[in-house]
Design a binder for this molecule. Sequence first.
Ligand code: GLN
Length: 223
Amino acid sequence: MPASDAALMSADTASAGTGGAERGTRSVGVLALQGDVAEHLRAVESAGGAGIPVRRLTELDSVDGLIIPGGESTAIWKLATVFGLVGPLRERIAAGMPVFGSCAGMIMLAARLVGRASDQETFGTIDMTVRRNAFGRQSESFESDIEIGGVAGGGAGPPFRAVFIRAPWVEQIGPGVEALATEPRTGRIVAVRQGPALATAFHPELTEDNRLHTIFIDMLRDT
Ligand code: GLN
């Protein structure tokens, strides 16, 4: 798949699954304000979860965990503020709800941000410093095969095809944070986990490989 922003611009969530009928199926919310929401919903369904777009408090209340998608972190934050979701999201995350942020979502989970917009805030969930747009501009977007700890037995399976679009990287992590993957060319950390919070600088939702979504759904089963 070309590293294009087209997918990030589509906020079409009309085909979202709201199943959850199967016993034990986990409800995975996808924050549906901006970004590649439909792609995450598809990946959740293909990994065996029930994908639910989250725009309202009642929807947030109904999910077992939440994905914050790739897109534009400043726009998602502004919309979350307008929709009255920032406070409730902070509360759910503080109460231990599993969260998974990809790209813009990773930025929003960071405790510290380099290159933040003047009025930009984050949830501060993961003890890490994230640099926005670290790999360069849109035209410098790229794909890379990376090994991810915990995926297919700690790298025993095929590598993960990672799509980087105006991607951040992780500059520093605190002692409680596990680095799951580094980008081979730069050696920078691009996937992390801290307890019930998972984040990737790349976009697993833009490939057919649903191993990271499977890991996240397994995290929901553990909580
Ligand atoms: N650079 C974007 C931001 O700061 C993230 C890009 C992405 O999610 N693909 O939010």
